[in-house]
Ligand binder design. Structure first.
Ligand SMILES: Cc1ncc(COP(=O)(O)O)c(C=O)c1O
Length: 418
């Protein structure tokens, strides 16, 4: 079976050429990944050669506009969706906030008999909860919380079924949790949600870096993720299906309303960051062509998915090793104890040593990992974490991590906890 060529992968990231990049085993990837060189090249090119207002007749402005179009087009190709359905925001949180405001007509005041309820999951990052809560408060609508199991942190479909009714307008849930790492069965959730004619909004921020979303098969009405966690610039990408988009209150200038990709564009993010999205495509293509030389003619989304499968396999091997070792240490592992239906994102806590002390201790081993609640505040509260500021220690892997880095992390943890 084909394996990821880790040397080749690491050559694509300038961070690994720096002194600190070589020294530190970076295992805080769920917070934000390293940036691929191809992205940095495009960013530098934009800022160096055409950082002016785009879409003017002069050649400098023209190039800026073309580079931005290429960035948007590349993201559309990587996801295999029409560029019209993609809104780019400063972050995923901004995308979710804009989307929740745009959903006002769906949970309109006085429409309670038809659709006055929104369901959010307790497992989610606050990014996909707060906006929905504010919308409900403002509209006098009901916010229902889909609770997690306090021990496992997982969501049960039966609990969602109990909450759904013909009043449900929207259900917001994460594709996978940034704490427990379980991958949720989005299409089974979608079938239930669509069964009561509600819309499903999915947070793909934690999932996308591990397995690049396949929107051909995911039955979400809106899907959001952050490109600064997928080796790119700091943006949020929001894909909203056409029929959902039609029902939403536009958030753009009135004269931009005819353009679908501008309807939810409440404030255009950094032009150069948009242009540099093309570099994520370059990165996937370079990896693909290196590993699958005979299949260079494939469309970009097929290349991305083939590469993502290799990345995922590599991460899972590292994660299985990490879990095996953690399983015989005196720690609470949040989420599943094996790699099954799980991404390489492991949170843990110790009854004896604070999560902060564990993170500080790992730094002595030149391992970067972080402690805290990671904005999944409600999840950790439900799971009984007492000190939210200390929270959990999170070790989150990326495909560019090596076994040696994970071994060093395990050695550090063993020394502190064993
Ligand atoms: C699962 C999840 N959702 C949403 C977000 C928010 O993303 P952004 O920082 O782009 O607003 C994060 C950020 O860490 C996250 O982990």
């Amino acid at each position: 079976m084909q394996h990821l060529d880790l040397d080749f992968v690491r050559q694509q990231f300038p961070m690994f050429q720096t002194e600190l990049g070589q020294k530190i085993g970076f295992l805080d990837n769920a917070g934000g990944s390293y940036v691929a060189g191809a992205v940095i090249d495009r960013l530098t090119d934009f800022y160096t050669n055409y950082k002016v207002q785009p879409y003017g007749a002069n050649p400098i402005s023209n190039r800026a506009g073309e580079a931005m179009e290429l960035g948007r087009r590349t993201m559309a190709e990587l996801l295999n969706v029409s560029a019209d359905l993609i809104t780019l925001g400063a972050s995923s949180t901004q995308c979710f906030n804009t989307l929740s405001i745009a959903c006002t007509p769906l949970v309109a005041k006085g429409r309670s008999a038809a659709a006055g309820e929104v369901i959010v999951s307790e497992q989610d990052h606050e990014s996909n909860i707060g906006g929905w809560e504010r919308l409900c408060q403002q509209q006098g609508a009901t916010l229902k919380i889909w609770p997690v199991d306090p021990e496992s942190g997982e969501l049960a479909l039966e609990d969602l079924e109990k909450l759904l009714s013909n009043k449900t307008a929207i259900v917001a849930v994460t594709h996978s949790s940034n704490i427990i790492g379980t991958i949720n069965p989005i299409n089974e959730i979608a079938a239930l949600v669509h069964g009561v004619n509600a819309k499903l909004v999915v947070d793909g921020v934690s999932y996308a870096p591990h397995a690049w979303p396949n929107l051909d098969v995911l039955d979400a009405d809106a899907y959001v993720f952050s490109t600064y966690k997928t080796y790119g610039t700091h943006l949020g990408v929001m894909v909203v299906r056409e029929d959902f988009l039609q029902e939403l209150a536009p958030q753009c200038h009135f004269f931009n309303m005819p353009y679908p990709n501008k309807r939810l564009d409440s404030a255009g993010p950094d032009h150069a960051a948009i242009a540099a999205l093309a570099g994520i495509g370059d990165y996937f293509a370079a990896l693909h062509d290196h590993h699958f030389a005979g299949k260079k003619g494939l469309p970009l989304h097929r290349k991305a998915r083939a590469v993502a499968a290799l990345m995922n396999q590599h991460e899972n091997e590292l994660c299985a090793y990490l879990l095996e070792n953690l399983n015989d240490l005196p720690v609470r592992i949040f989420g599943r104890k094996t790699i099954e239906q799980r991404e390489a994102n492991i949170a843990l806590s110790s009854p004896k040593i604070s999560s902060k002390a564990l993170a500080d201790g790992l730094a002595e081993y030149d391992i970067a990992a972080k402690n805290g609640h990671f904005y999944a505040y409600r999840l950790l509260q439900a799971m009984g974490v007492a000190d939210m500021n200390d929270g959990v220690l999170r070790i989150s892997l990326s495909h560019y991590n090596s076994l040696e880095e994970v071994e060093r992390c395990v050695a550090g943890l063993r020394a502190m906890l064993g």
